[in-house]
Design a protein around this ligand. Structure first.
Ligand SMILES: [Zn+2]
Length: 128
């Protein structure tokens, strides 16, 4: 089976590497993909861990997990990346995340900002 993030790799050769050890994530796009997969798996701990500490929604963790379990995740499309390579400390990823909720397909379209914190990539929030 291909990874939840829609890459052509298997989960254990893709997002599972990130889910086991965040420090293994090399690019902002990989982090973004691993966070999508974490939504599919309702892995609240990983979603918190991979979130920048300054914007981490700790109190909402339960609701995020509950919500991510309540919808059916359909697919991820990565549209554009800017910086975010191994040699960068910041970058953006623009994506569409599709899910099925209350009888219809919903799309999250977002340009996300990622920065390195403690030598690993983290999700900062919406890019300006
Ligand atoms: Zn993946």
């Amino acid at each position: 089976m291909n990874c939840y993030c829609g890459s052509l790799k298997s989960y254990n050769n893709c997002c599972e590497i990130a889910h086991k050890n965040l420090a293994e994530v090399e690019t902002a796009e990989q982090l973004m993909r691993s966070r999508y997969s974490a939504f599919v798996l309702a892995d609240g701990d990983y979603l918190m861990q991979s979130h920048h500490s300054s914007t981490r929604p700790i109190k909402e963790k339960k609701e995020i997990v509950k919500w991510s379990k309540s919808v059916r995740w359909l697919k991820l499309e990565v549209l554009e990346t800017f910086k975010g390579t191994q040699n960068d400390t910041e970058g953006t990823v623009t994506f569409n995340a599709y899910f099925y909720e209350n009888g219809k397909v919903e799309i999250i379209h977002e340009k996300s900002a990622f920065v390195k914190q403690n030598n690993h990539w983290t999700y900062l929030g919406l890019s300006k």
